[in-house]
Design a protein around this ligand. Sequence first.
Ligand SMILES: Cc1cc2nc3c(=O)[nH]c(=O)nc-3n(C[C@H](O)[C@H](O)[C@H](O)COP(=O)(O)O)c2cc1C
Length: 201
Amino acid sequence: MKNILFLVGSLRRDSLNMRLARVAAQNLPEGYQATFFDLKDVPMYNDDLRGEHSPEGVQRLREALRSTDGVFWTAPEYNFALPGIVKNALDWASRPLLPRHSFVGLPMNAAVATISATNGIRSLNDLKRIWSSCGGFTVTTFDFVLQLAPSKLVEESGFETLEPVSLDKLRLAIGHFVRAVEGDVGAVVTANWVAFVESQP
Ligand SMILES: Cc1cc2nc3c(=O)[nH]c(=O)nc-3n(C[C@H](O)[C@H](O)[C@H](O)COP(=O)(O)O)c2cc1C
């Protein structure tokens, strides 16, 4: 059984991005399970605490990243960028940098839900750029931005889903992502990272 860790970049009770994450989790193929990690347990970054003295929530986040096969982020766009809680989680997760931080080579895909009819893509691009720049592996399928999300997320007898066109697109994105996870796409990045560390005097 492979595991996909869902990280949601909104703490709001009725978060559209949490709803979207639930739909994505329900549409994982057979042989996959979803786990969720709540970012409310991650305090603001403090470099004095980067190592073994990191707060308990941070240690759990790193452990969740180290023990999963892939990560699926959903996050809103805040003021034309990714939300602070997402950046904060990425900062903690990327330290200690050496010999290998908690998401080196880990495949990641992301989706954005927004109330806007035109925005959202910047948050997705920020996430992809930061993840890849830090040594994670971003699966670059087409970009899934659920604009006008309140009109596209549907609750059916207590069950969260999407209107059919968006649901098809999401399933396609998940299909690409899962194939990348199966193919162990992050192995090359991890090997490069290890080779670099070992080459240091
Ligand atoms: C501080 C703030 C800034 C926002 N900026 C943007 C933005 O730049 N682009 C956008 O598409 N939506 C923006 N929104 C609206 C969000 O799309 C909307 O609040 C959405 O519901 C947030 O996701 P959530 O439901 O998962 O919390 C902003 C919302 C807040 C609170």
